[in-house]
Design a protein around this ligand. Structure first.
Ligand SMILES: C=C(O[C@@H]1C=C(C(=O)O)C=C[C@H]1O)C(=O)O
Length: 426
């Protein structure tokens, strides 16, 4: 079927997945990204200007149309000049590969010329990311503007070469990612212990009690926003595991861009559950964690809050890497669930109850251990004693059980639902 549609377009190209012959049509400033992908084949048309394509610059790509070949076959709705008017500025690529067992997720890009393929790959991924933003997101998953693109690095102050980080995408393993999550537990618990030394200090969170100009927001919102703005200057939010709470505050980095290995699919930057993390933290966690009342240490409390929120966000959005690793282990099955938009089925498939139980047991023990005093004699209170701790271990266990893990899984699901629309950049 793919071949038939490709022949309708009547042009030539090559499938980067398996080297099979492919068909493309090209004539200018728009492009269709086509890819075959395990059991599904799809084609996407993303509009970009001819100038953007020619310069390899990231344009404001706009998703025009997606064809799913499996459903297209049923409805006779093939991407052809009869159901989409291919203008003089359209470029189309369409994989003719009929394989249903591609070795890895991949896609085919119609580049302006064969020699431009490398930069075109990057810019098409950027266009796809931009299209993801335009598509919007669900209740908890809020679209974040993609970080300033490495391709546009010439504008950064400081100049210099793009630094290419080691490409470790091929070593992405679930065990490796789980180890990172375990290490992040330590950071979260230590930050919570720091915050717990101050009282609740409600005025820190209520703009009616302390309102900071110019946006007249709460003290915490002000401090976090300004922290993010400052950190964006040193390219914090160009890292795929960092997500801002205030995307509108992000500025262009002063440092030249780092080129991160492309591990996640291009649409992943559209998944940002920080609004839900913020709500959970302020409305549930802080009141549980702290002693009720007001000790006037609003600035100190807010400083701790910033570190807690950033650590929570990092851990929860690591779900994208978890999802990618899980996807690579069972592509065919996930493809089917994603294709059917089976949110519940995806959630069921990625949930590992035994791992979750172990996480809850471990974080409770860590909180019990880290939250005790070490005496000069070097003898700490016995781990299982009921000596008061700097933090209630049961609250940390509940935080993971009812907050962190459900949100991590929400990120995993949202990421996977975008996984076929935006394949991993090769
Ligand atoms: C993160 C994973 O995915 C899910 C989420 C978990 C978590 O947030 O800790 C634990 C197990 C899974 O249900 C994983 O499998 O490790």
């Amino acid at each position: 079927m793919a071949m038939a549609a490709a022949e309708t377009l009547g042009q030539r190209g090559a499938c980067c997945a398996c080297g099979a012959a492919a068909r493309t049509a090209e004539s200018g400033g728009r492009e269709i990204i086509a890819y075959h992908h395990s059991s599904t084949v799809s084609a996407r048309l993303v509009s970009r200007t001819a100038e953007d394509l020619a310069s390899g610059r990231r344009g404001r790509g706009r998703l025009r149309r997606t064809w799913w070949l499996e459903s297209a076959r049923r409805s006779n709705d093939f991407p052809s000049s009869s159901n989409y008017v291919i203008s003089g500025h359209d470029r189309l690529a369409f994989s003719s590969c009929s394989s249903t067992t591609s070795p890895s997720p991949s896609f085919l890009i119609a580049s302006a010329s064969a020699s431009a393929s490398a930069s075109a790959s990057a810019s098409v991924a950027a266009a796809a990311a931009a299209a993801a933003d335009g598509a919007g997101a669900g209740d908890t998953a809020v679209a974040t503007p993609p970080p300033p693109s490495p391709e546009s690095g010439g504008d950064s102050a400081g100049g210099g070469e793009h630094a290419q980080l080691m490409d470790e995408s091929h070593t992405l393993t679930l065990d490796g990612i789980r180890n990172t999550l375990i290490r992040l537990e330590d950071s979260i618990i230590f930050h919570l212990i720091e915050r717990a030394q101050y009282k609740w200090n409600l005025p820190t969170y209520d703009a009616r009690m302390i309102s900071v100009p110019p946006h007249n927001v709460s003290l915490l919102a002000f401090l976090l926003r300004e922290t993010e703005r400052l950190h964006s200057n040193v390219r914090r939010y160009t890292s795929p595991d960092e997500h801002p709470f205030f995307p509108d505050a992000i500025e262009r980095p002063l440092l030249p861009p780092l080129l991160y290995p492309k591990v996640l699919c291009a649409g992943s930057c559209g998944v940002n559950v920080n609004p839900a993390i913020w709500k959970m933290y302020i409305e549930w966690l802080v009141p549980q964690l702290t002693e009720e009342g007001d000790d006037k240490n609003y600035g100190s409390a807010a400083t701790c809050d910033v570190l807690c929120l950033q650590a929570l966000s990092r851990r929860i959005h690591y779900g994208k890497f978890v999802a990618e690793a899980k996807y690579r282990q069972a592509m065919e099955e996930y493809d089917r669930l994603i294709y059917n938009k089976d949110r519940e089925g995806i959630m069921k498939k990625l949930t590992v109850k035994a791992v979750e139980d172990a996480v809850v047991r471990r974080v409770e023990l860590k909180a019990r251990t880290f939250g005790q005093d070490i005496f000069e004699s070097g003898v700490a209170a016995a781990c299982d004693s009921e000596e008061p701790r700097k933090i209630d271990p049961k609250i940390v266990a509940r935080l993971y059980q009812d907050g962190i893990m459900p949100l991590t899984k929400e990120v995993e699901v949202e990421y996977l639902l975008r996984r076929l629309d935006f394949p991993r950049t090769p």
